[in-house]
Ligand binder design. Sequence first.
Ligand code: SAJ
Length: 404
Amino acid sequence: MNKNITVCTLGLGYIGLPTSALVASKGVKVCGVDVNESVVDTINSGKIHIVEPDLNLYVTKAVEAGNLKAFMEVQSADVYLVVVPTPFKNNHEPDISYVEAATRNIIPHLKPNDLYIIESTSPVGTTEKMRSIIYHERPELKDKLFMAYCPERVLPGNVMYELVENDRVIGGIDSRSTEKAMEFYSLFVKGKLHPTNSRTAEMCKLTENASRDVQIAFANELSLICDKAEINVWELIELANKHPRVNILQPGCGVGGHCIAVDPYFIVSDYPRESQIIGKARETNNYKAFWVAEKIQNTIKSFQLTRGRSPQLAIMGLAFKPNIDDLRESPAKYIAQRVIQNLNDEVVFFVEPNIESHQVFKLTEYKTAYEQADIVAFLVAHDEFKTLKYDDNKVILDFCGIFK
Ligand code: SAJ
C-alpha cells in the first residue's frame, strides 16, 4: 500500500492517538476524530491529553509536519480506523453503541475500495454486524469495500514500542479484506502479521485477556487457600514454578484496569453456558478485593482487642497495577474506600507514590506512612515499597508479595 493515502481514525484515546501518530510518522496523512473538543484542540496544538511515554514526541512532530490533524467530524479518507471505547452496560452486557455510531458517521464518506477496520475490543460478530449496517445504507458498495477486525495488545506504558514490535492478528470479512488490511499494517508494524477471519480475530483479543484473568484467578484462589492453610503463598508459587512447565502468576488485591477485568464478560455474556471457568474466574478476582477489605477490617478489630487502642493503618498503593499512575477500575481504590466507610477513630495513611494528590484520599509519603503505622496493608507492588525493611513490630498484611 503506498503512503499517499489518507487515514481517518475515529477515537483519539489510549490506542487511537498513538496509532494515528505512528501512522502519521510514516508520512501518511491522518485525520483524527474525537467527540471531545478539548482533545481535538490539545492535539492540534501539538500536545497530548494522556500519559504515555514518547507519545508527545510523535504527536508534536506529526502535527508540525502537517501529517496529523484532529477534527470533531469524520473526514473523507481511504482507510477508516474505528478505535472507540466498548464499555459494558451495568449487567455486563457489551456496549458496541460507540462502534456503531462511529460506523454510521463513516458511511456517507465511503467509496469503492475503501478499507474499514475495527480495532476496539468487540464481541464476536461485531465486524459482520457493521458490514450489514454499511451495506444496508450503501447497497451499491456491496463487496466493493475491504473490511477487517484487528485487535491491539499493547501494554499501557509501553504503547509506542509495542504498536510496532508486537505481532498482530488481522481478521478480514473475506480474504481480499485480510490482504488489504495486512498491506495497511505493514506500513508501520514490524511484528508478524497473522491472517485470519474477523470472528476469530475478535475472539482472539477476548481470549488473550480472559486467559490471563483465569490465570490470575488461580493465583488469587491459591492465596485464599494458603491464608487458611498457614502457608506462605509466595514461597509456594515460587517453588511450584520451578517445575519446567508450570507458570503460576502472582496473587494481588484483585484485578483492575479496563481490559482484563472487562473483556472476559464479552465472552460470558454471549456464551454463558459454555464459559463456566471464565465466569468463575471473574467472580474469584472480584471476590479477592472484597476478601482483602474484610481481612483489613478484622485485623483492625483484633488489634483493638489485643492492644486496647485503635491502630494507625497504612494503605500502600491505590493504582490498578504496579508502577503506574492509573487508578481507573482499581481494586486497591475500592479497598481504600471500604476502609474509609468503616472508619471509627483509627488514623489511616493513604499512599500512592505515582500520583501527587487525590481528591478523595489525602496522600502520605510512603516511608512516613510505613514508619508511623501499626498495621501496614500492601495492596500494589510498587517498586518503592520493595525498598522498605520488614519490621517485626508491625502487623504487615502483604497482599502483593512485597516481602516475598
Ligand atoms: N495482575 C495480578 N497478578 C498478575 C498479573 C496481573 O493480580 O500476575 C493484575 C494487575 O495488578 C492488574 C490486572 O491484573 O490489576 C491487569 O494487569 P495486566 O498486567 O494484566 O495488564 P493490563 O490490563 O495493563 O494489559 C492487558 C495486557 N493483556 C495481556 O497481558 C494478555 C495487554 O497486553 C493488553 O493490551 C491490555 O490488557 C488490553 O488493553 O487489553
